[in-house]
Design a protein around this ligand. Structure first.
Ligand SMILES: [Zn+2]
Ligand SMILES: [Zn+2]
Length: 392
């Protein structure tokens, strides 16, 4: 049967499942009900699941009728800590949590992609690994799956996945060749001086003054060290120290985020920041310690060949006029990139905008954004077509 007909066949069920997930959103690493629902749906379809020792997230395996390569299809399942403001009848029932990044759509898409691929598995030369990843919105879900060696079950030769895109009309997808999303590394800098009475600078070392200089010095990495043709971001978003105007505190703590679109630049900037933190603080008689959070995410680099395969498969299904080729990468991050350390992969954008409806255009991470549900069979169709073409 044609892929488009297969995808349309379950449209009502897909929407129903998506609404259940939407109404019951769960935070990163706490996706217990979502995980149970996915397992239940895969079991109903007769799809084998594998326990890799994680509390949340699911790995499903479809073994094709003929030998061949393995395709990994990865989607994320977690929601965000923000109250929903869409006014939809199936709005979040969990206070302060909502699916404003569209991962409810991702989850429903992957459940039905699996269902359909399992129905046609006899025609597939190779296998499909359905990767339902927890904790994309922080908590390092992709890194956890790698640490639990998901690839020992079956090692995917290629990875694909999608993300909702309110900037693109439903019925269309977007692809981006090469760098698509930034690396993201969170850091904490502790500047230590020597506290005391603000009237006696001769006796004390002010970490407040050091921190102020340090921020301006950090800017020189961007202005005076980096290749200006390679974009990067260094943002200090939080700074805390002291309790009162005439007391010099012992320390100041700053937190920030660093983004790049280049793996080498990411390493170079990490080294430069360490040098400047330690050097600037030492020069001013203090001590600077830089620490990186463990859940840093590499650049989301869409392999050119994989992106071309997505383009070709989607063109068969939707027509070339329904594929938007992105020009500019985003400095936003996506931990799907962690999987690309284990094989080539690419992510595409699933259009979720309803033209003429402003509530579908606010964007992801906006509590008012409404996602067009007609996008769900489109996402399923494209993923099924990619699998059929790859496992021919
Ligand atoms: Zn998000
Ligand atoms: Zn997301």
């Amino acid at each position: 049967m044609e892929t488009i007909k297969l995808a349309e066949k379950y449209k009502n069920e897909m929407i129903e499942t998506r609404r259940i997930i939407h109404a019951n959103p769960e935070l990163s690493n706490k996706e217990f009900e979502t995980t149970a629902l996915i397992k239940e749906k895969l079991a109903e379809s007769g799809i084998e699941t594998v326990d890799i020792g994680m509390k949340t997230g699911v790995i499903g395996i479809i073994r094709g009728g003929k030998p061949g390569r393995t395709l990994g299809i990865r989607e994320d399942i977690d929601a965000l800590p923000m109250p929903e403001e869409t006014g939809l009848p199936f709005s979040s029932k969990n206070e302060g949590v909502c699916h404003s990044c569209g991962h409810d759509i991702h989850t429903a898409v992957l459940i039905y992609t699996g269902k359909i691929l399992n129905e046609i598995k006899d025609e597939l030369a190779g296998n499909v690994m359905l990767i339902f990843q927890p904790a994309e919105e922080g908590g390092g879900g992709a890194a956890q799956m790698a640490a639990h060696r998901y690839y020992d079950v079956l090692k995917p030769d290629m990875y694909v996945g999608l993300h909702t895109a309110p900037a693109i009309p439903a019925g269309s997808i977007g692809v981006k060749y090469g760098a698509s999303g930034g690396s993201a590394d969170s850091f904490t800098i502790t500047v230590t001086g020597l506290g005391g009475h603000g009237a006696h600078p001769e006796n004390f070392v002010s970490p407040v003054t050091i921190a102020a200089y340090l921020i301006t010095q950090m800017e020189t990495i961007l202005a005076r060290e980096n290749d200006p043709r390679k974009p990067a971001v260094l943002t200090v978003g939080s700074i805390h120290g002291g309790t009162k105007g005439n007391i010099v505190p012992d320390s100041v703590v700053m937190q920030g985020t660093m983004r790049t679109l280049d793996a080498q630049l990411r390493l170079d900037m990490k080294a430069a920041l360490k040098r400047i933190v330690e050097g600037c603080c030492a020069t001013m008689r203090g001590k600077g310690v830089l620490e990186w959070d463990a859940d840093g995410v590499p650049v989301l680099y869409n392999d050119e060949n994989v992106t071309q395969q997505i383009y070709d498969s989607a063109a068969k299904l939707l027509g070339e006029d329904h594929i938007v080729v992105g020009k500019e990468p985003s400095m936003g991050s996506e931990d799907f990139s962690v999987f690309f350390d284990y094989g080539p992969g690419a992510q595409f954008s699933l259009g979720t905008q309803t033209p003429g409806k402003p509530e579908t255009c606010y964007g992801i991470h906006n509590a008012r954004n409404v996602f067009d549900e007609d996008s769900i069979p489109v996402g399923v169709g494209v993923l099924v077509q990619i699998a059929r073409d790859y496992l021919k």
